[in-house]
Design a protein around this ligand. Structure first.
Ligand SMILES: [Fe+2]
Ligand SMILES: [Fe+2]
Length: 195
């Protein structure tokens, strides 16, 4: 593995609680596997996977202050559902603290929770890898096995399944749904129906 990837992995080990670090490494290797499967950039996928949750444990008040200071726009949904903010703030830290200049990596961190319409390979990869990495369980993801298999066969269909599952889960639990996820679901529904 290249030295920069090893360095980021070590930094995440120091930064994150043990369980989140294990998930983070799971996402990085899942993303690397999908990159290999589709002939895409393995190193970029590893870096994005390792950094995707770097801002997960910033207390909400501090996260809001940091976003304001950095000029990051906060949507109504993000204001009410603080968990969503760690994507945007994570991308900001990836750039300012970990020296990532690649816009595609930064964007894949921003949208790893919500997804978005017309994602690049890397954006789809990190969104999906976060959903299906080996430590995830069937408890909140009833069709996880199907999505895992599909991810290696048809990335767009797997993204659609994961978005559909996520939105159904949020609805069942009366949780707020980000408009970006609704747009993403609509986009991939049309895309997969066209084959
Ligand atoms: Fe996350
Ligand atoms: Fe994650």
């Amino acid at each position: 593995m290249n030295q920069f990837v090893e360095q980021i992995e070590e930094q995440m080990k120091q930064l994150l609680p043990a369980k989140r670090y294990v998930h983070t490494v799971g996402v990085a290797y899942m993303a690397a596997s999908l990159a290999m499967c589709y002939g895409e950039n393995v190193e970029k996928s590893m870096i994005a996977g390792l950094l995707h949750d770097n801002a997960k444990y910033i207390p909400f008040e501090e996260a809001l202050k940091e976003c304001n200071k950095a000029g990051i726009l906060i949507s109504e949904c993000e204001r009410n559902s603080p968990m969503l903010l760690h994507g945007k703030l994570g991308a900001y830290y990836a750039r300012t603290k970990y020296g990532i200049c690649d816009d595609e990596i930064l964007s894949s961190i921003i949208f790893h929770t919500t997804g978005k319409p017309a994602m690049t390979f890397l954006e789809k990869n990190i969104f999906l890898s976060d959903y299906i990495e080996v430590h995830r369980t069937q408890n909140t993801r009833p069709t996880l096995d199907v999505i895992r298999t599909t991810a290696f066969q048809d990335l767009d269909l797997a993204v659609y399944y994961a978005l559909d599952n996520t939105l159904q889960f949020l609805k069942r639990n009366n949780r707020l749904i980000d408009g970006m996820s609704i747009d993403a679901l609509e986009y991939y529904k049309v895309k997969v129906s066209k084959g």
